[in-house]
Design a protein around this ligand. Sequence first.
Ligand code: HEC
Ligand code: HEC
Length: 258
Amino acid sequence: MRWGGLLLALGGALLSAQDVASNPFRGDAKAADLGKASFRLRCSACHGIRADGGRGPALNRGEFAAGDTDLDIYRVIAEGVPGTEMSGYAARNSEESIWRIVTFLRTLEASPDDTIDGNASQGEDIFWNQAGCGGCHRVGSRGGRFGPALTRIGRARSTEHLRASLLDPDQDLPPGYYAVEIVTRDGQTIRGIGVGFDDFSAQVRDAAGQLHSFFREEVRSMSREFTSLMPDGYGDSLTDEQQRDLLAYLQSLHGEEQ
Ligand code: HEC
Ligand code: HEC
C-alpha cells in the first residue's frame, strides 16, 4: 500500500518531467509486438481483442477522448479515469511496458468510426419524453437514479455495447446492477437493485427510487439474479429510426456540461 502510493507519486513526478514526454519506442516494431501481447492479456477483456471496443471504448479509431498525443494516451493508461472501470496501471506496470502498449495502439489502422447514423437531438427528445429513459437514468444533474448515470456514456462504452444495452440489457451488466428479490415473512415481495448486505440487514432500491431496509429476521427469502432491471422491450416498442436516434444521442454524451 505504502509502496504503491510512493510509486504513484514518483510516476506523477516523472510524468511532469520533460524527458518522459516522448515515446521512447515510437515506430519500434518489436516494442509494438510486445505491447500487443500485454494488451491482449490485460486490456482486451474490456477493449476487445482487436481493440475495437467492448464494455470499454474502441481504441482503434485513431483518436482518443483523452487527447491525441502519445503522452495523452500514456497518461490515461498510467493514471486511469477516476470513478470508472478504467483503473490506473502505473502502480502495476513499468513505464516501458506502458509505452510499449501505446506504441502498439499507434500501429492500429484508424478504422472508420462506428458512428450511428441517427439524429441526436431527436434522440434526446425520445430519451426524456417518449421512451421515459430519464425516469431511471440521469444525464448531468437531470433524471432518475435507479439506473446508472449516462452523463459520459458515449465516452465510456463502445457503440456495440450501447446497442446491446438498449436491445438486450441482460447481456453485460455494469458492476453493482444485479437484481435482487426479497420476500418478507409477512408475504411482501420487493424487487430492485441490491444496495447493501451484511449479516444483519439488507437494502434494496425499487424502480420508483425508494430504498427498503430489512433486518434479517424479517426476511423469508432473498435471491440474486444476474438479470437486468432495465426494461427489455425497446427493440419492439421503438422503431429502427428511433433506436438510431437514441443511440446517436447516447453516443454524443461525453460528460461536458450539459
Ligand atoms: C475493466 C475494464 C477495463 C480494462 C481492463 C481496461 N480498460 Fe481502458 N477503459 C475502460 C473504460 C470503461 C474506459 C472509459 C473511461 C471513461 O469513462 O472515460 C477506458 C478508457 C481507456 C482509454 C481512454 C480512451 C479515450 O478515448 O480517451 C485508454 C487509452 C484505455 N482505456 C486503455 C487501456 C489499456 C491500455 C488497458 C490495459 C493496460 C485498459 N485500458 C484496460 C475499461 C477498461
Ligand atoms: C426502469 C428503469 C429503466 C428504464 C426506464 C431504462 N433503463 Fe437503462 N438501465 C436500467 C438499469 C437498472 C441498468 C443497469 C443494468 C443493465 O445494464 O442492464 C440500465 C442500463 C443502461 C445502459 C448501460 C449503462 C452502462 O453503464 O453500461 C444504457 C446505455 C441504458 N440503460 C440506456 C437506456 C435507455 C436509452 C433507455 C430508454 C429507452 C433506458 N435505459 C431506460 C434501468 C432503466
